[in-house]
Write a protein that binds this ligand. Structure first.
Ligand code: SAH
Length: 478
């Protein structure tokens, strides 16, 4: 069996719905959103239908189904829980040459209702021809993640301007090129920003000029490593990119998800050993966007957390390049969650501080007094080289030498390792740890005993295994 797909315009057109229970309710709702006039045949109305009847949203024809009711409607949906009744409706519809859909009964359907990905005027309908609705729904979910949420906004604006564009560009080829470039470029960014006015301005600008379209830069947070932690926006951006500039921190698994024919350029840097200077990266982003490319700047974790994303955006802003920012899961959130360490806990940490162990100006001394406060979790990025020094300072300012600490390497990745110890041993723990590594200091670290769930081969530092330490951790928790 093969169905003929069509989209019906039901605005102000009457349709018949048999049934007024839960299932019929869902059908009624989708009919309302298409603007149909719904007539209901059912012995009793459930409270929702009763309310609709009172509001005049439906017309209730009573409980007695008559074939003549079909003459006044475009089609009928049989949605009662009475199989015999549904069959009667279907057979009557066949005699009267009216389309009929019967819920959950493929052989009583002359039409079926597809699963729909809905982006305003843009709709994608998926059907398994009545063989496997669950499969159709599963594909709907997958497609749902692939179609940007702002596609509906783009379609609405395009609908409004379609005639005008036709008048200005009178050949089909030209128009196709125009729309393609428009949707891919700054117009798309403005639509994503929900800045309709700017999107329309961009449309008018492009319509009135001969020169090529401008490019864009999307600053994307790739998360700490596990590709499952990419956001939907991030995935869509890396799959649409012409050029991707990525950091050393971006995992291979994530790079594998970048569009196959995109150009991938490493601008990786590690503290102390800059491969490409930041100024050079800034310059490259601007240069590629000016050529009209869709550029993605892919950064580990979140672009605005110790990622120099701020500096890049300032450059783009100054150069007048359109940009968008996709936040990512920062290491402090991702690595601790995968290590089974809650950042806050009512019993032992009311706040969490994210700090860097590496600053632009050596003279910028942190506020040790604040960092050393107890009942707070301290998360240190880029700190392993200075771990011993940091521990000394914290202890000097009053944090207990026995405070539990963790050094998490390759957080969220299959090769994640977690080293547990005490603050006084932080230097040793960090020296052993593979990078990238995140240091976590605070009582919450002890909770890992009950909360670890991810990764094999977790290593405990010698010290941590000692009787004394175990009982100390125990007492901390009590
Ligand atoms: N913007 C990034 C941080 C960049 S600074 C973010 O939001 O996560 C680089 C530091 O992040 C590393 O030195 C390390 O301390 C930490 N880091 C990043 N990814 C990590 C991971 N998968 N596991 C442990 N630490 C990580």
């Amino acid at each position: 069996m093969s169905h003929y797909p069509l989209f019906a315009d039901l605005r102000n057109r009457p349709v018949l719905l048999a049934g007024a229970g839960k299932v019929a309710e869902r059908k009624a709702e989708s009919l309302f959103s298409a603007g149909a006039r719904v007539r209901v045949v059912a012995e009793t109305l459930n409270p929702q239908f009763q309310q609709w009847a009172d509001e005049g949203k439906i017309v209730w024809l009573g409980g007695l189904f008559e074939e003549a009711m079909l003459d006044e409607v475009y089609f009928v949906i049989a949605a009662t829980d009475n199989g015999m009744f549904n069959r009667r409706v279907f057979e009557a519809a066949e005699r009267r040459v009216k389309l009929c859909n019967t819920v959950d009964t493929a052989d009583l359907c002359s039409f079926i209702v597809p699963a729909v990905v809905d982006r305003g005027p843009l709709k994608i309908a998926i059907s398994s021809g009545g063989t496997a609705p669950v499969l159709a729904r599963k594909w709907r979910q997958i497609i749902e993640t692939l179609i940007p949420l702002h596609t509906g906004t783009m379609a609405r604006i395009a609908g409004k301007w379609r005639e005008k564009v036709k008048q200005v560009l009178n050949n089909v080829e030209q128009r196709r090129y125009f729309w393609e470039k428009l949707f891919d470029g700054r117009f798309g960014i403005f639509a994503a920003q929900n800045n309709i006015e700017a999107a329309e301005r961009e449309l008018i600008t492009q319509l009135n000029r001969e020169t090529p379209f401008g490019g864009e830069v999307v600053l994307v947070g790739a998360g700490p490593g596990d590709p499952g932690l990419l956001t939907i926006h991030a995935l869509q951006a890396i799959q649409a990119a012409d050029t991707v500039f990525y950091d050393a921190l971006v995992s291979d698994e994530i790079l594998a998800m970048v569009r196959k024919d995109a150009v991938k350029i490493s601008v990786g840097k590690r503290a102390g050993a800059h491969h490409v200077q930041q100024e050079e990266t800034n310059r490259l982003l601007v240069e590629h966007a000016q050529k009209g490319e869709r550029v993605v700047r892919l950064k580990g974790g979140d672009p605005f957390v110790f990622g120099r994303g701020g500096e890049e955006v300032q450059t783009l802003h100054q150069a007048g390049i359109a940009y968008r920012i996709v936040p990512g899961i920062t290491a402090a959130l991702g690595a601790t969650a995968y290590a089974g360490i809650p950042l806050t806990h009512r019993d032992c940490a009311q706040s969490a501080l994210f700090v860097t162990g590496h600053s632009k100006h050596e003279g910028n001394q942190p506020d040790w007094q604040t960092l050393a406060l107890s009942r707070q979790t301290l998360v240190i990025y880029m700190g392993t080289l200075k771990a011993a020094e940091i521990a000394e300072k914290l202890m000097a300012y009053g944090r207990q030498p026995s405070t539990p600490v963790a050094v998490i390497s390759n957080g969220t990745l299959p090769n994640q390792t977690v080293r547990i110890g005490r603050l006084k041993d932080l230097g040793l723990l960090a020296a052993e740890a593979e990078r990238p590594a995140l240091m976590v200091i605070g009582e919450v670290v002890a909770l890992r005993n009950e909360m670890k769930w991810f990764g094999e081969g977790v290593e405990y530092f010698e010290e941590a295994r000692s009787e004394e330490h175990t009982s100390e951790l125990q007492s901390l928790r009590e």
